[in-house]
Design a protein around this ligand. Sequence first.
Ligand code: ZN
Length: 433
Amino acid sequence: MSDARKFAEQLIDFCYASPTAFHAVAATRALLEKNKFQRLEEGDEWKIKAGGRYFVVRNDSALLAFVAGSKPVNASGFRIIGSHTDSPCFRIKPAPEMVAEEKYLKLNTEVYGGPILSTWFDRPLAIAGRVVCRSAEALNPSVKLVNIARPVCVIPNIAIHMNPDANNGFVPNKQTDLLPMLGQINQKLEEKGYLVGLLAKELKVKAADILDFDLFLYEYEKGSLIGAREEFISAGRIDNLGSVLASVSALCEVKKPAATCVVAAFDHEECGSSTRQGADSEILAELLERVVIATGGGRSDYFRALARSFIVSCDGAHAVHPNMGGKADPTSRPMLNGGVVIKLSANRSYTSDAVSGAAFMQVCEKAGVRVQRFVNRSDMRGGSTIGPISSTHVGIASVDVGIPMLAMHSIRELCGVEDNMSMFKALLEFYNC
Ligand code: ZN
């Protein structure tokens, strides 16, 4: 089996093991611990050794990891790769049970981020997230990850006979048309606490001890390779778990780097990054400064280190669509399996410029990886990403890159087998150069 195919299968497994940002962090932690990374607590004094491997977790949903460089940070700076752990989906609201026709039990949900809503209809759906239980210390409740990895809900479509606009621009209402059905109940009495009962059984805790939860729906079906030669990957959450896996895998492979190599996997990119574990917080700046302090440096060493640092902001890029080529820019046309993509925007929704782009191109050249470029059509606004947010906070030169993909924000996204391997190789080269 080729290395690219092995890595693609690893990505499919990683996406399936990571139905929520909490699970993405848990899966990443497992990978890091297998590779001898040691956890640091934000509340402790840090001791860092050259060549040491460490990681920090915030809110169970963002993770920063690093390998301390052999040279002092004020001389060699940081090599940082940014990504995000969250993906668009449905979040279950508090007191979620609703009964329709005295028989159907539905869950009240709200939309998280910008999913393609139509892709969520008629799919077997599972539930995952974290459940928070009673504990001895009031300010420190007990947190448990939960993954009900069974097809427990579905959002049924309405028959086209009752919705003649089904193929004619039908816009589902987020409050009324998209609620998942969890089952059928016999009596009205069953409705209250039905979900909590399910959670209690799953976690083997008392229902009365469950105080709250952060729960999300996800597609029960696992991702797969697709195409006559299995050249594509079809899976949920490739945006942006593809970048998380490529960057963490590169960090695990780094051997005695001169510069300190960092992975920053933020949460909440899909809703604007403005949380304490999002890119629009001081989480990255604080980590970098603490590394400087823990290796004996001061404030001036911190600023000298920032000036010598570089960020690769890694997030999904759009490939040209086979049926809708007209939606892409007329001259920059990224293809699946055509190599990694540098993203550019005149109005700076991406950080890349000629200098940071050229730097990344040289990295790719050394790694033997092909490079493509993405720009929006001039009459389209396009999306945003963590690059401009995180680089603005720390003032570090940055480039926005990603693997080309189709169906971004669908319940199942599509990318190329070769491109994931290419991204891993480019990121490893970035750490080593
Ligand atoms: Zn993304």
